[in-house]
Design a protein around this ligand. Structure first.
Ligand SMILES: *Cc1c(COP(=O)(O)O)cnc(C)c1O
Length: 399
């Protein structure tokens, strides 16, 4: 087997590869899942309701709807918002493609709004210039777990009669002005993919305080079918149900919900651990001439999903790609979050061109995501810093 060599041909800083993110599962989680497998309900059973209650409880919302993924949560939200062909929806490009794909699913048109260079979140001051008579909604992403300024976004939305969907796939447990993310937008979506704060394998949820949106979300999650006699035409036949809308099967299995209900009990301790590791990264990287640290939103509490730094490439004799590859050789599982959505060939074919969000494009050229997950310890963080120092020294223009 070929021995893996570090940049200078020496031994890598770490012996074992450090993943950028991964789940944390304990025996309690496992026994909950096994309990479901031995029981009566594999899907839509008591754990779905328990998990939904726990989510609503955590974020302070009236309602929570569990679904099969963050992506299906976004799709349910754009359906419940009534978005359709001809509508325009404002969205940040610094996100996973799903945040914009959900607009295309319903035939509407994504309109990309540029980001703040210091946080990576949507630049609220640039929202209004993109609003036209066709604009119906805004999808804002609390990138890294750092909350968007939801009060300002809601003010703009009220003025122009828009619906706000917050993509909080990174941000369960985050707060803005002492209010939890999930309690302020018209709808907020969460993801429970294994790299996120808590996992259900695949899974997602939507929270809302609006009874009518909640009713629609419940409907589209399950084929557009209702058994609510108050709204059915046939109120007499006891076996009757009616399909009143075109929905999907996005129901979360009880197997997954049991895992979620067990995981969410640990959310606060998970966030505490992530905070400790992120704080250590920041304190060790502060003042490093090769790095610009991202900032947090004023009055926000960042729940620390990913730790992203910007490289000061003008101080380095190399590209971001070389730094990235060198870190992988040091067994540091770095990543890049994200490729601007409209850079993808599918979006290019739809007619989106480079240059529409210059701040985001410049941001993308410099970012690298360092490993951050609950199973890491302080020594892991220190090893990442060591590897960065080694690589920076190698590529420094001063060298
Ligand atoms: C993970 C993620 C999604 C999609 O969630 P899935 O559960 O993987 O479908 C959507 N938006 C953002 C910002 C994400 O990070």
């Amino acid at each position: 087997m070929e021995e893996k060599l570090a940049i200078n041909g020496g031994t890598p800083v770490r012996k074992e590869f450090l993943q950028y993110g991964r789940q944390y599962i304990d025996d309690e989680d496992i026994s909950k899942v096994v309990e479901v497998l031995k029981g009566d309900y594999l899907t839509t059973g008591p754990y779905v309701r328990e998990f939904e209650k726990a989510i609503a409880n955590k974020v302070g919302s009236k309602y929570a709807v569990a679904v099969t993924s963050g992506t299906s949560a976004l799709h349910c939200a754009t359906l419940a918002a009534g978005l359709e062909k001809g509508d325009e929806v404002l969205v940040t490009p610094m996100t996973f493609a799903a945040s914009a794909n959900c607009i295309l699913y319903v035939g509407a048109t994504p309109v990309f709004v540029d980001i703040e260079e210091n946080t990576g979140n949507i630049d609220v001051s640039k929202i209004e210039e993109k609003i036209t008579y066709k604009t119906k909604a805004i999808i804002a992403v609390s990138y890294r777990g750092n909350p968007v300024k939801i009060d300002k976004i809601m003010d703009i939305a009220k003025k122009h009669n828009l619906i706000v969907i917050e993509d909080a796939a990174h941000a369960i447990g985050a707060k803005y002005k002492d209010s939890y993310v999930g309690n302020n937008a018209n709808m907020t979506i969460f993801s429970f993919h294994p790299v996120k704060h808590i996992t259900t394998g695949e899974g997602g949820a939507i929270t809302t305080n609006d009874k009518e949106l909640y009713r629609k979300l419940i409907e589209v999650r399950s084929h557009g079918i209702t058994r609510n006699v108050d709204i059915m035409e046939n109120k007499d036949d006891p076996w009757y149900y009616e399909q009143i809308d075109l929905g999907y099967n996005y129901r979360m299995p009880d197997i997954n919900a049991a895992l979620g209900a067990s995981q969410i009990k640990k959310l606060d301790s998970f966030i505490e651990k992530r905070k400790e590791l992120a704080t250590l990264y920041s304190s060790m990287l502060k003042g490093n001439q090769y790095v610009t640290l991202l900032e947090d939103t004023e009055d926000g509490f960042n729940s620390e999903h990913i730790y992203v730094i910007k490289l000061n490439l003008e101080k380095l004799n190399c590209t971001r790609r070389e730094i990235f590859s060198a870190l992988i050789k040091e067994n540091i599982g770095v990543n890049v979050h994200y490729i601007p959505v409209y850079f993808h060939p599918y979006y290019r074919k739809l007619g989106y061109k480079r240059g529409i969000c210059p701040v985001c494009e410049e941001f993308y050229e410099r970012i690298i995501t360092l490993p951050l997950h609950v199973s890491m310890n302080r020594d892991d963080v220190i090893s990442v810093i060591k590897a960065l120092d080694k690589v920076f020294k190698y590529y420094s223009i001063e060298a």
